[in-house]
Design a binder for this molecule. Sequence first.
Ligand SMILES: Nc1ncnc2c1ncn2[C@@H]1O[C@H](COP(=O)(O)OP(=O)(O)OP(=O)(O)O)[C@@H](O)[C@H]1O
Length: 347
Amino acid sequence: MTHTTHTGPAIVTRGLTRHFTSRKQTVEAVKGLDLEIGQGELVAFLGPNGAGKSTTLRMLTTLVPPTSGTASVAGHDVVTGQRHVRQAIGFVGQGNGAGHRQLGRDELISQGRAHGLSRADARRRAGELIEDLDLTAVADRKVSSLSGGQRRRLDIAMGLVHLPRVLFLDEPSTGLDPQNRINLQELIQRLHSETGSTVVLTTHYLEEADALAGRVIVVDHGTVIADDSAARLKSGLGDLVRMEYADPAGAARAASRLSRVPASRVDVTDRGVDLRVKDGSTLVGGLLADLAADGVPPTRVEVARPTLDDVFLDLTGRSLRESQQSPTPGSDAASDQPTSIESEVAA
Ligand SMILES: Nc1ncnc2c1ncn2[C@@H]1O[C@H](COP(=O)(O)OP(=O)(O)OP(=O)(O)O)[C@@H](O)[C@H]1O
């Protein structure tokens, strides 16, 4: 499939805003978003429920018009160049896109044809995606007979069939079992590296954003509150060194001593002292020696590397994990627990 060459950023928004009014109440879903996403970037939007992620994607994919501000995708304005934007993008929304009475494979082929693929290319591409998304056993059944997870995978295939230059995925993993979630991540990575497509996804899975995205944009109350690589967001926050004390007086003395550690944050807690500092796992040996020399060694120490959830908690005072419970029991959100280095300290 050929596309008109466009050399600027894949996505540009300026003061992008969307309000919704119902029953005389106005919700400011997206407030003045200024974004620039380069061609070939893989970007994850994170944020709690109602943060404005889907509304942003719906404006960028021309499904809802902005209330004010502008946005362009693949060089085309989302309002004045709607048709061109639609030709350049793939979109997998939260609802089901495939028709009910068609066979899954036919839906895919029709979608490819609608995007200008030849019949042979559409057939070949449909076959590849059916295999990649583990749909071989069900692709020749009516869409209405598929399970929720199978339909979700078919919808994802629909968004990918024409190898879009800019791919938008709104919570693509929701409703998939862990194996299919991994398959999907591999597919997104492959599409991204083989075709150089720009990929923008929203996700409730922190580990998915961490593993896939080169750039993480954290959104809350319709505005961007952080925008960087996951690694830099986490390292900027620093490690958590948690020191336990049986006696509050000891904790207070330790906190006073630790407050001298440069570029750190010290909090006295019920159990002792929390120190947030860059490279805490390297510093902890020296800190313990200092505290022992001052006569206030902790009873126990734990060093936890920061997670994206810690970053979110630090930025907003709320936990992403609490506000966005994983819908699938036993999801790999559990594997996103902090890496802890624990040691019992001799009293
Ligand atoms: N059609 C609509 N009419 C009225 N309010 C809307 C409409 N669409 C979205 N909103 C409101 O706009 C705000 C942002 O919603 P949006 O769906 O963009 O959030 P989100 O970050 O995608 O949330 P989630 O993680 O739950 O999908 C919410 O307060 C939502 O209730």
